[in-house]
Write a new protein. Structure first.
Length: 289
């Protein structure tokens, strides 16, 4: 219980930092030429934008808080709490444009938080001791699923028109972020782990690749659309869903699974998904107001 009291606020603080960082990244992405998906040159150009450099500082703070939270409480608890970063994005976006938040957007974010609260209250996630990612077969399966999912999203981004292009790019970023969180959590389960010891585990090298790649995909998604909220909304939903799957399938984390609990959990997640995509549909109308 003591770990929950510390871990949950850490996750909420990480969400706030992620939300603020996402807003700065979206604003910076509009100041540089648009690049094709996956082009590292975009990050080089963004580094020259002062606001994006500040966003990187906030993102680093958020990442550190997320790691601290994952060391104390289950992945299945931490990642859904990061959904609250979307609320901060909405509020900060309105403040940056010197106007009150749109009432419908506030209602939709409230529905999102209600669904999140329902899921966590019913699921009662517990931390596992799964070592599934330590075997070659399980690790290869996760990597294959990641490559397949991201490749499909990038293919969709190429084939879809500009109006819908942010969706597959944001989906890809959300998948990468979800897997990244799973790898961080799996490292925390290694017995007797110390600072130098992390370099003996494959997860740390995967994180070194996936971290920048996820950031690059999210910047591509911000550039492709007229407003950052739809892209962030998609990332916000995809990330915890992927993390929940990894926690259950690979890390031996547990949630309540009796019939009524499963119904409540599905209802809670459905509320979150519906609310976030209502927000994504509403956001362009607010931008044009």
């Amino acid at each position: 219980m003591g770990q929950l009291v510390v871990g949950a606020p850490l996750a909420l603080c990480a969400a706030a930092a992620f939300g603020a960082s996402s807003l700065l990244q979206f604003q910076a992405s509009r100041k540089v030429p648009e690049e094709r998906a996956g082009q590292p040159r975009l990050l080089v150009r963004l580094l020259r934008v002062r606001g994006w450099r500040w966003s990187a500082v906030l993102a680093a703070m958020a990442f550190a808080l997320q790691v601290a939270a994952l060391s104390l409480v289950p992945l299945i608890l931490v990642q859904p709490l990061l959904v609250t970063g979307l609320v901060w994005y909405v509020l900060l976006f309105a403040a940056s444009h010197h106007r009150r938040p749109d009432p419908r957007i506030l209602l939709e974010t409230g529905l999102c938080l209600l669904g999140l609260g329902l899921f966590l209250a019913v699921a009662q996630p517990t931390r596992g001791q799964g070592q599934g990612l330590n075997t070659f077969g399980s690790a290869a399966l996760l990597v294959a699923a990641l490559v397949l999912a991201v490749s499909g999203c990038l293919f969709g981004a190429v084939k879809l028109g500009r109006k819908w292009r942010p969706l597959p790019l944001a989906l890809a970023a959300g998948v990468v972020y979800g897997v990244t969180a799973g790898l961080i959590s799996s490292l925390g389960l290694q017995p007797g782990l110390h600072i130098l010891g992390v370099f003996g585990h494959w997860q740390i090298y995967a994180l070194a690749v996936l971290g920048p790649f996820g950031v690059l995909l999210s910047q591509n998604a911000y550039q492709a659309g007229p407003l950052g909220a739809p892209a962030l909304a998609t990332i916000t939903v995809t990330d915890p869903l992927v993390s929940i799957a990894i926690g259950l399938l690979w890390l031996d984390e547990r949630i309540v699974t009796d019939s009524w609990a499963v119904l409540g959990e599905v209802l809670g997640l459905a509320m979150v998904v519906v609310a976030v995509f209502l927000l994504a549909r509403r956001a362009p109308h607010v931008a044009d107001a």
